[in-house]
Structures are given as structure tokens and as C-alpha cells.
Design a protein around this ligand. Structure first.
Ligand code: SF4
Length: 392
């Protein structure tokens, strides 16, 4: 049986809205707070960041803009069997199941995990929407055929980080000291996915992201990327700018552009990107920080854990996708190796909720967590109502 949608959630059928951070996660803040206090709130989605079992490295690459670049690999993991068990738990909670599972990474890539296909099969068997954020360096035939199944729920998607328009720029952006043509390999995998989507009339979407940095911001590279990604069959290409990851204190120290550079790149690239409107692939460029006037590293109060908690590579249920690593252990919801999902999820103090929030915020400030855009957006939407309701 399909898990019930959280009653306050609005289904995100619109691909472009999803990609442009225009999703609505709740209808009414007060009703959302009531559900938190009654412990009947159900997460809008759960993110899974599975940690590779073999080797010391967490990821395929060491990208200079990686959110999780400062993460430590303690070697703690859930077993493959426990992952399956926990995912099954998410699909059927005491107040409804989680409707959507996102497979992504903080210092990791979900497709770099040895048993990813088993996790995907488990979520699909629970009728959950599945989403992937990946570099798509490797993709198995089983993964492609799982997604091409006619029973895959609508709004499922694969988003591929391409971030380049040539083999050389790909290696530069990803800090790869080699002349290997990894760019063509990514495009080929993208092509395989998109072709399988078309051939099977499957319901998952294939989109691509391009983070504009100091080494890939020329109109020529951007033009070429749009042509290559369109040719590979992606439905949307989103250009945006990297955020400053934890562990880095100033933009401009690496390939991450400063605020002034972002404005300059945006002005140069917008007309190039706009010239591609109206084709089979939708193309957009976003400057979310500029549009929403985001200057802080985190937006508090933080409600991420009630909307999109994350299973970190070390097996802990974490507050959000950006605090899913051992150095945020003090604010984790629980260790899923030993606790069940809903037990950890509903473990918070409702009798003194304002004080509970403030204790959590002190930990967030101390651990220097940094919101991604969906987290800034949703915390901003709730901020004024939460301050009034909880007197914080
Ligand atoms: S990064 Fe943002 S969403 Fe995550 S815990 Fe910190 S304040 Fe909350």
C-alpha cells in the first residue's frame, strides 16, 4: 500500500518549481507547528546519504566546493540489511509513511555506494518517490531498469551534477589531476538514462546542474555545456553558484566566486542562457542568495529535522542534509544502527519547545552548520511565525 502523504505537504508535480526552490513544504505554519507539538508530523522527505563500505575515501572525487569536504570518515556504517530495514520503516509510520526518499551525499555520492540498487528497490517497493543527486560517474543496468519500471511514482528524478562544458573544464572543476575524458563518460551515462526514460515512457525526470565557478564561467563553455547536455537528453539544465562550504571562511579562496563575481557572471551568462529558452530542454540560471537576500550561513530557527531529516553515511539520523556527518553528532536525532527510525524522529521535548529549539540552535552555531538553499528557504518561510509562537 502506498504511504499516505503528509497532510500538510503539497505534492511537487512541477519539475521547474522543484528545481527553482519554489516547492511548498506546508500549507500553514501554525498547523505545521501543531503537528510538531502533537508528534504527528511526518517528514516531507527523508534523504539517505549512504556511505561506501570499501576503501577510506568517502567519494569518487574531492571537489573544492564540496559541502562535506571537512567531514571525517570514522568508518561507522549501517549494514546493508539495516539500511533496508530502516527504509522499510520510513514507508509506514504511526502517522503515515514518508512519501519521498532522496539519495544524495554530503562528502559522498549515492551511486558510489556498493548496495545502492537494493536501497532503490526497497523504496520503490514501498511506493515512495525516489530522487537522486549524483555525479553519475557509474550507473548500473539494474539501476536504470529499476527507474524505467512503469510503477515508478511520478516526480521521481535523477539530477546530475555536470558543472563543465569540456573534458578539461570537468577535471579542473573537480580537482582531478589527469587528462582523462571523464566529461564524456558522464554525458554518456546521462544519455543512457535519458534514452531509457524515453524508450520505456518512464515517469522519472532527468535534469542537470551546472555550478558556475571561477574556472567554468565563460560563455563558450556554458554554450557548449547546454548543447552537450541537451543532446544527451536532459529535460532541464540549472545554472547556479556554489555556496561556501563548512571549513571555508571566505569566497574567493578557491574556485568559489565572491559575491561581486557572482553578480558579474550572472550578468554575462543570463543572456547566453536566455537565448536557449523555448527548446526541448529548459535552461535557467539562479542567484538564490541575491534573490532572497541570504547573507547568513544558517537561517534560524531551524525546522529541517521535521521536514527532511537525513540518514548520514555514519548511520545517524541527522537534522538535515548539511549536518549529516560525525562532527555534527551532538545535534543528531539518534543512531539508526541501534534505534528505529520513528523512535529517533519523534524524540524531542515538546513540554518546553522554545527552550529545546534554543538548545539545538546553540549546537548549530557551535558546529558551524551551513544551510543549503532549500533549508534557507523553508526556515525563512517559518521564521516570523515561529518566533511569535515559541517566543524565541
Ligand atoms: S544547516 Fe541549516 S537546516 Fe541544517 S541544521 Fe544547520 S540551520 Fe538547520
Amino acid at each position: 500500500m502506498a504511504p499516505e502523504s503528509p497532510p500538510t505537504a503539497v505534492r511537487d508535480n512541477d519539475l521547474v518549481s522543484r528545481i527553482a526552490y519554489r516547492n511548498r513544504y506546508f500549507d500553514n505554519p501554525e498547523e505545521f507547528f501543531d503537528r510538531i507539538l502533537a508528534k504527528t508530523v511526518v517528514p516531507y522527505q527523508v534523504e539517505v546519504q549512504p556511505g561506501r563500505l570499501r576503501g577510506r575515501a568517502l567519494c569518487w572525487m574531492e571537489c573544492p566546493y564540496c559541502y562535506g569536504g571537512s567531514s571525517e570518515n570514522t568508518g561507522e556504517r549501517l549494514t546493508p540489511e539495516r539500511y533496508v530495514d530502516v527504509l522499510r520503516q520510513t514507508a509506514a509510520g504511526p502517522h503515515g509513511g514518508v512519501h519521498k526518499i532522496i539519495f544524495a551525499g554530503y562528502a559522498t555520492d549515492p551511486l558510489n555506494y556498493e548496495h545502492i540498487d537494493d536501497l532503490v528497490a526497497t523504496s520503490l517497493a514501498g511506493n515512495q518517490i525516489v530522487g537522486f543527486h549524483t555525479k553519475l560517474l557509474r550507473v548500473s543496468d539494474r539501476f536504470i531498469s529499476l527507474l524505467a519500471s512503469p510503477t515508478v511514482p511520478e516526480s521521481s528524478y535523477v539530477t546530475v551534477s555536470v558543472d563543465a562544458g569540456s573534458a578539461e573544464s570537468y577535471n579542473k572543476v573537480h580537482n582531478i589531476d589527469s587528462t582523462k575524458d571523464i566529461y564524456s563518460r558522464i554525458l554518456e551515462n546521462l544519455r543512457r538514462l535519458a534514452a531509457s526514460r524515453r524508450a520505456s515512457n518512464a515517469r522519472f525526470d532527468v535534469t542537470a546542474n551546472y555550478l558556475v565557478t571561477r574556472v567554468n564561467a565563460t560563455p563558450q563553455l556554458v554554450e557548449k555545456a547546454i548543447r552537450d547536455i541537451t543532446d544527451a537528453g536532459a529535460q532541464v539544465v540549472r545554472f547556479s553558484f556554489p555556496q561556501l562550504p563548512r571549513g571555508m571562511d571566505a569566497e574567493g579562496d578557491s574556485i568559489i566566486p565572491t559575491r561581486a563575481e557572482v553578480q558579474q557572471y550572472y550578468a554575462t551568462l543570463k543572456p547566453v542562457i536566455d537565448a536557449h529558452q523555448g527548446g526541448s530542454t529548459k535552461v535557467m540560471i539562479l542567484d538564490v542568495e541575491g534573490d532572497l537576500h541570504i547573507e547568513e550561513r544558517r537561517t534560524l530557527p531551524c525546522f529541517a529535522r521535521y521536514l527532511y531529516p537525513t540518514i548520514a553515511y555514519d548511520g545517524f539520523l541527522s537534522n538535515c542534509s548539511q549536518s549529516a556527518a560525525p562532527h555534527f553528532r551532538g545535534m543528531a536525532l539518534g543512531n539508526l544502527a541501534t534505534r528505529d527510525f520513528w523512535d529517533a524522529f519523534y524524540d524531542y521535548d515538546t513540554a518546553h519547545f522554545g527552550a529545546f529549539l534554543e538548545r539545538q540552535h546553540a549546537k548549530m552555531n557551535a558546529s558551524d552548520c551551513r544551510c543549503d538553499r532549500k533549508e534557507h528557504t523553508v526556515n525563512l518561510q517559518l521564521r516570523d511565525a515561529a518566533k511569535r509562537r515559541f517566543a524565541i
